[in-house]
Design a protein around this ligand. Structure first.
Ligand SMILES: Cc1cc2nc3c(=O)[nH]c(=O)nc-3n(C[C@H](O)[C@H](O)[C@H](O)COP(=O)(O)OP(=O)(O)OC[C@H]3O[C@@H](n4cnc5c(N)ncnc54)[C@H](O)[C@@H]3O)c2cc1C
Length: 459
């Protein structure tokens, strides 16, 4: 469902803003004793070899590691900069004060096709800890409607997956510098030593989009300007927020709640309100077929058309009210061309129409960009075209490096705009885990595969 701002009429769909607030930091029951929940102490260097190396322990890396567990693949090394499963995801949401996910209960990094605990099962098991609003959302999910998932529930569920699929004990804190495909193996070079693997799954997620250097002229980035994923400048007075997506909406809302006046620069003609961040059809097989089965130029066009910045509907009433009350000024259809230090420690943003917007500080939320393997793999192995890697559509392996595959945003030209979402990771994971497990069997590596019905990571 989509919409643009305007008077709220009797027929408009405006879900209650109360859905945006859920408690954070509740005490969830820990996973059963004996299961590891964190990095074992004293493990500095990853082992020199493994059947599979997973690069990145975000929701995508967690999904693929859990799925490989069900396939009977146990010799896995997960390498992550922060060393904690989904650490970057929760650091980002917490920095923004985000209390609920945008994706519904069906979208989760748990494993489908095996006996496992899904996110909705997990929430129902912990019914007694949920607020009345959260319980209603669980019922919505059970009835097949769109639902809102608390970040708190999602984090507890991710911890559950980590424990039940033995992910923590496979995870090492390491920065991966290079991924070098060789004959029958892949060498992964890290700041803590190399790991040689039969297969590598890249799950590095997305990096924030930086402002063009022309914004700063010849000077440095003025103090008082930060990006959305950096520690915020503690400030008062007027804040300027640049960007049109959910991240920007969280920043604007947070500043308004803190009693600040906000100027919001939105490049599009108007901000766009929508439940999910891509059209719901792209979460379904027929939507994915629209991307996978069409010529390259059409895929690019579809992607550009449907992958636009948007904000959850629930934000609209509070933002519209703040604008009407003059606490929020929205500069719609305006583009920043220059950012400089102003008088008295302020920040000045010059817009394309010549107008100047000044604030006590400014936060930039210009979106994120998929890591497609460039900078890790040799460029010839990535085979980048229009910013996308050359992937085998069935296995999501690099066409020119078949022992390396991807789960995450980089699969966009195969799975469509939902590739960057948790649901897209689920679809990619099923393909990649299956292909990797088959590859290991072909290699003659022992895989302790149990019949599907016998495998379970129960609650
Ligand atoms: C604020 C915010 C809210 C979002 N909310 C939702 C939502 O509600 N629903 C949804 O479906 N999607 C949401 N998304 C999109 C979301 O980013 C993805 O669904 C999810 O985080 C992607 O998981 P990932 O594992 O691909 O990437 P990440 O979560 O970014 O994890 C990648 C990991 O790989 C590590 N890494 C990268 N490169 C290296 C390297 N060279 N060496 C070692 N480690 C490395 C990173 O440090 C990170 O820990 C949100 C995104 C943001 C920014």
């Amino acid at each position: 469902m989509t919409g643009t701002p305007g008077p709220v009429t009797g027929t408009s769909f405006v879900p209650g803003p109360h859905l945006l607030g859920s408690p954070r930091g509740r005490d969830w029951p820990r996973p059963p004793a004996g299961l590891p929940t964190g990095l074992p102490a004293g493990r500095d260097e990853p082992p020199p070899s493994a059947d599979v190396v997973v690069v990145g322990a975000g929701p995508a890396g967690l999904a693929v590691t859990s799925a490989l567990w069900h396939h009977g693949v146990r010799d896995i090394v997960v390498l992550d900069r922060g060393g904690r499963a989904c650490g970057r995801f929760f650091a980002r949401t917490d920095r923004l004060g985000q209390r609920v996910l945008r994706s519904p209960y069906e979208h989760h990094p748990g494993v489908e096709g095996f006996r496992d605990c899904e996110l909705l099962d997990f929430a129902r098991l912990h019914w007694g800890r949920l607020t009345p609003v959260e319980r209603r959302e669980v019922r919505m999910a059970q009835a097949g409607h769109r639902s809102v998932v608390p970040v708190d529930v999602f984090e507890a569920y991710c911890e559950h997956l980590v424990a039940t699929h033995e992910v923590a004990e496979k995870t090492w804190r390491a920065v991966v510098r290079e991924v070098l495909p060789a004959d029958g193996e892949v060498v992964v070079r890290t700041d803590r030593g190399p790991v040689t693997a039969r297969h590598v799954v890249l799950c590095p997620g997305e990096e924030r989009v930086a402002a063009p250097s022309s914004w700063w002229g010849d000077g440095p980035v003025p103090s008082g300007v930060t990006y959305w994923d950096e520690p915020a400048t503690p400030g008062a007075g007027r804040q300027v927020v640049v960007g049109a997506g959910l991240t920007a909406a969280h920043l604007v809302s947070g500043a308004l709640e803190a009693g600040r006046e906000v100027h919001w620069v939105v490049r599009a003609a108007t901000e766009h309100y929508q439940c999910a961040d891509v059209n719901a059809k792209f979460f379904r097989p027929e939507g994915r077929a629209r991307i996978g089965g069409v010529p390259w130029a059409d895929r690019l066009e579809l992607f550009a058309r449907y992958r636009r910045a948007s904000i959850m509907f629930e934000f609209r009433p509070a933002l519209a009210r703040a604008e009407a009350e003059g606490r929020l000024v929205v500069h719609r259809g305006e583009e920043v061309t220059r950012v400089a230090a102003g008088r008295g420690g302020t920040v000045e943003l010059r817009l394309a129409n010549g107008r100047l917007v000044a604030g006590d500080d400014a936060v930039l939320a210009l979106g994120t960009k998929p890591e497609i393997g460039l900078g890790l793999l040799p460029a010839s192995a990535v085979g980048a075209r229009d910013g996308w890697p050359d992937l085998d559509g069935r296995t999501l392996a690099y066409a020119r490096a078949p022992r390396v595959s991807v789960v995450g945003a980089a699969a966009g030209m195969v799975l469509g705009p939902a590739a960057r979402n948790i649901d897209g990771h689920r679809v990619a994971t099923a393909r990649v885990a299956d292909a990797v497990a088959r590859g290991l069997r072909r290699d003659g590596v022992f895989v302790d595969a149990l019949p599907r019905s016998e495998v379970g990571a129960g609650v």
